[in-house]
Design a protein around this ligand. Sequence first.
Ligand code: UDP
Ligand code: MG
Length: 316
Amino acid sequence: MILSIVAPCYNEEGALPAFVERMCTAARAAAGPAFELILVNDGSRDATWPCIRALAMSRQEIVGVNLSRNHGHQLAVSAGLNLAKGARVLIIDADLQDPPEVLSAMMDKMDEGFDVVYGRRRNREGESVFKLTTAKLFYRLLHSISEVEIPQDVGDFRLMSKRIVDRLNAMPERDRFLRGMVAWLGGRQTEVLYDRDPRVAGETAYTVSKMVRLAVNGLTGFSTAPLKIAVVLAFAGMGLAALIVVYALIGFMTGTAQPGWTSLALITVFFGVGQLGCIAIIGAYLSRIYTQVKGRPLFMIDEVVGGSNSAGAGEA
Ligand code: UDP
Ligand code: MG
């Protein structure tokens, strides 16, 4: 099997026939007949699953997967990746917003020796100003605080080698932000520019709450910066506290302070700074526990040369 294509489908009955047609044509042109198209039904409420079943019965390159309920885009893709058998794996949306024809450019890049070729959006048609602005802000914020370089304006539309997919499948984290995880895995990665089209049918399933969840997942999954805010606040609080203490003591000694005010001010400052400091310490331990619990491998070896390792080495 040369190529596996994974497409998550949520309420895509309107788009599926056109998608399958265009995708199969593009796949056959780029990889010949040895490909599989894995359609993952993510608990759709419409006739998506009967439609996938019928397609899978009539065309042997189609594999239909039915999830027991709606698990969300990232998990639907993860399920497909687990079943993919191809030497290369393409992730693509089923609504034809990602043009299947970009595959051939991606395959060419892979032939040059890349592990991952992701699609970067040159422009996005048919999407609301709200979505475009929030997406842009999110990518910029993520870029500035993330511990790994996550490419901007890049979704999950990408072609990956089996090696990367195997490693991805082996990462045990439950909150999956795939584009961050692939960036984290490293290797030789490059991009192909493409124009994102409007949906052919149906409507976006990415509601504001799902977008917020994805954004929080990305930010907390690839950065412990939010946990460290308490450290910054604690230090700033200490500086401020020192000033307040001096001010309060001067007021007390010159007799200008109201009776009881000095002790009240000192108590407030003491406990405030103490609490911030303790939260900062808890945050430091928490971030260690969090990193440990994610259970990611310590490192990824790309290649080992020399010694008796030269041939076939590479898996960490
Ligand atoms: N999708 C999914 N489960 C969901 C939401 C979306 O499998 O809970 C699929 C959907 O069918 C599509 C892709 O994920 O193939 C992207 O979703 P959508 O088009 O709604 O998002 P947008 O392109 O607007 O960001
Ligand atoms: Mg879409």
